[in-house]
Design a protein around this ligand. Structure first.
Ligand code: ZN
Length: 188
């Protein structure tokens, strides 16, 4: 097959197309105990977090979700990420001060990335905060370099616009070459 977009096209690493994946599942649960059998019974509270990772290039796979024992594609994301190429944007996002949990210390990068682009900013894109400025008492401008996967410049711009949680300004947007496909992949 020439195209990666055949059956199960999504069940592979978005960067190197390897099908050598693993999932790390963290589960925390509180359960009632059945008074007769001692078995773990109904759930009082539970929290499950799962990260799918490629064993060939070791990158996380934000186009895949883990639920009910199997990996599934994230519909508005997987085709763009599997078929796309990396785009690097230099941009700024101006956000309300209230949106930024902290702008100093070891968590500042993540907090500013999240304030600028929400969940995609910390989970999908590679986001590097270059610096930030306090424009006035109510606004912070975050200056970032962002790498994301898209099939065209228009699509990359659209994804950034949709994710931005404040006023977005893109200074430059350039296409990078795709990392080489994994030799262990069944894709040719
Ligand atoms: Zn990979």
């Amino acid at each position: 097959m020439d195209s990666p977009l055949d059956a199960r096209a999504w069940l592979r690493c978005y960067r190197c197309w390897s099908t050598n994946l693993e999932v790390q599942v963290h589960y925390e649960g509180i359960h009632r105990i059945d008074p007769d059998t001692g078995e773990r019974a109904e759930v009082v509270d539970e929290l499950q977090e799962a990260v799918v990772q490629c064993l060939d290039c070791m990158h996380d796979q934000p186009h895949l979700a883990f639920a009910a024992g199997r990996v599934e594609p994230i519909e508005d994301r997987w085709e763009r990420m599997i078929a796309g190429t990396p785009w690097v944007a230099s941009c700024t996002v101006q956000v309300d001060v209230d949106e930024v949990e902290t702008c100093s210390g070891p968590d500042a990068g993540d907090a500013l990335s999240y304030a600028a682009f929400g969940d995609p900013g910390t989970r999908e894109f590679f986001t590097h905060v270059r610096f930030h400025t306090h424009d006035d008492e109510e606004h912070i401008t975050v200056h970032l370099l962002v790498e994301l996967y898209a099939r065209s410049a228009e699509e990359a711009t659209g994804v950034l616009e949709e994710a931005a949680r404040g006023l977005l300004s893109i200074t430059s947007l350039a296409e990078e070459s795709r990392p080489p496909a994994s030799a262990g992949s069944d894709h040719r």
